[in-house]
Write a protein that binds this ligand. Structure first.
Ligand code: DX5
Ligand code: ZN
Length: 216
């Protein structure tokens, strides 16, 4: 079993002060930093692009967990790789040739991730599981932070654990959206080992306590 990792999402940070967000994440004891790239097309919101990844890379050694919620993600892999991403996750729904681009990401020495939205069954991932280091199960419909977790999505986490056991692979299973102290426990119980946390992390008065409680 993989150790639980908390990946704080800067979507919930002050966009005019990412330096402060980096300091908060580093001092919390988290080793990952989640970056939600949104294009206003694949999802109904716009955030930032590779420039922010590049600038954050210069300031921290945190593992940069880049989640692309964009159309045609394959076209942007090189840009995000050059910018310094450690893991690039893109959406299964956004790219027909996912195997091709997962292979491309790996060839650049970067970890690979595939994400699915709540309405996509995890069975579609069967053929590409050998090509991923991480499967990201969206537990809300992507686009905005601060939403409520859809409990049915945790059933997909359980199914994916079964698929992983059957194949003997060891990719991580990440949950993203609506994670709070209670839903984090539910997600861990279902088999998730990576918790993307936006709102609850940045609203917490005890980020260190939160991370150490979950990263056991
Ligand atoms: C939603 C994003 C999430 C978001 C999670 O589209 O993918 O990463 O930051 O935020 P919370 O924890 O606020 O649901
Ligand atoms: Zn995300």
């Amino acid at each position: 079993m993989n150790k639980t990792i908390v990946s704080p999402s800067i979507l919930a940070a002050d966009f005019a002060d990412f330096s402060q967000a980096i300091i908060k994440i580093e001092s919390s004891g988290a080793s990952w930093l989640h970056m939600d790239v949104m294009d206003g097309s694949f999802v109904p919101n716009i955030t930032f692009g590779p420039q922010l990844v590049r600038d954050i890379r210069k300031r921290t050694k945190l593992f940069l967990d880049v989640h692309l919620m964009i159309a045609h993600p394959g076209q942007f892999i090189n840009e995000f790789a050059k910018a310094g991403a450690d893991l690039i996750t893109f959406h299964y729904e956004a790219e027909v040739h996912s195997q091709k681009f997962l292979t491309e990401i790996r060839s650049l020495g970067i970890k690979t991730g595939i994400a699915i939205v709540p309405s996509t069954p995890c069975s579609v991932l069967e053929e590409i599981l050998p090509f991923i280091d991480s499967a990201l199960i969206m537990t809300v419909n992507p686009g905005f932070g601060g939403q409520t977790l859809i409990p049915e999505c945790l059933e997909k986490v359980k199914k994916l654990v079964k698929m992983r056991d059957e194949t003997g692979l060891c990719f991580r299973i990440s949950v993203d959206g609506g994670i709070n102290e209670q839903t984090a426990q539910d997600a861990i119980k279902a088999g998730a080992d990576t918790l993307v946390i936006g709102t609850m992390f940045f609203q917490s008065g005890d980020q260190k306590g939160l991370v150490s409680k979950l990263q056991i």
